[in-house]
Design a binder for this molecule. Structure first.
Ligand code: HEC
Length: 174
C-alpha cells in the first residue's frame, strides 16, 4: 500500500484545513494549538477501515457504497450537519434509516434520543452493528468528513486531497 502519510502531504492537508488565518495563529503565539490539529491520516483510516464507513457511504462518501448488501449511506458532500450534530449521528446512529451507532453505550441509559436497547426492541428497530469507536476516534472521523467531503466537489483535486496523495482511483474523475 502506498503511504499517504508523508510529512509533505500531511502538511499540505493541514494547510488546506486551517487556512492562512489558522496557520498564522499556530505559527504565531499559540504553540499548543498545533497539537489539536485534526489528524487526517487517522481520520482516513477510521473512514476506510476501523469504522468501515465506506461500506455504506462509498470511499469518496458519494453514496456509491462498496458493499451491495449494505444500506444506502447518503452522499456526505451534501450533508447539512454541523460538527456536533454529526458527532451525535455517528455515536447514536439512526435507528430508522440504517446508520449504525458507534458509541459502545449508545442505548444503555437513554443518552441517544432518550431510548434504550429495550425501547428499540419494543419498537422493532434493529441497529446495524459495525463495532464501536472511542469518542476521540468519532471526533477524528467527523473532522475528516468536514474537511474532506462536506461541501467539496467530487473531482480529482478533492480525491487527491482526501487520500493525501494521488491515487489510481482519482484518475477517472473530472
Ligand atoms: C451499515 C451502513 C453504514 C455504515 C457502516 C455507516 N453509515 Fe453513516 N449512514 C448510513 C445510512 C443509511 C445513513 C442515512 C440514515 C437516514 O436515512 O437517516 C447514514 C447517515 C450518516 C450521516 C448523516 C448524514 C446527514 O446529512 O444526515 C453521517 C454523518 C454518517 N452517516 C457518517 C458515518 C460515519 C462517520 C461512519 C463510519 C464511522 C458511517 N456513517 C458508517 C449507513 C451507514
Amino acid at each position: 500500500m502506498r503511504s499517504f502519510n508523508r510529512p509533505a502531504d500531511r502538511h499540505r492537508a493541514w494547510l488546506a484545513a486551517v487556512g492562512v488565518a489558522g496557520l498564522m495563529m499556530v505559527t504565531g503565539s499559540a504553540p499548543g494549538l498545533a497539537q489539536n490539529a485534526p489528524d487526517f491520516a487517522v481520520g482516513l483510516r477510521i473512514w476506510t477501515v476501523t469504522g468501515n464507513c465506506q461500506q455504506c457511504h462509498g470511499w469518496f462518501a458519494d453514496g456509491l457504497k462498496m458493499d451491495n448488501q449494505m444500506p444506502d449511506g447518503p452522499n456526505l458532500h451534501d450533508t447539512q450537519l454541523g460538527r456536533e450534530e454529526m458527532i451525535m449521528t455517528v455515536k447514536c446512529g439512526r435507528p430508522v434509516g440504517g446508520m449504525p451507532a458507534f458509541e459502545k453505550d449508545a442505548y444503555k441509559d437513554g443518552r441517544c434520543y432518550g431510548m434504550t436497547a429495550a425501547d428499540l426492541k419494543a419498537a422493532g428497530l434493529v441497529l446495524y452493528d459495525m463495532g464501536t469507536l472511542r469518542d476521540e476516534q468519532i471526533e477524528t472521523v467527523v473532522d475528516f468528513i468536514l474537511a474532506k467531503f462536506k461541501g467539496k466537489p467530487l473531482n480529482k483535486a478533492a480525491c487527491i486531497d482526501m487520500w493525501g496523495g494521488d491515487r489510481v482511483t482519482c484518475r477517472d474523475l473530472p
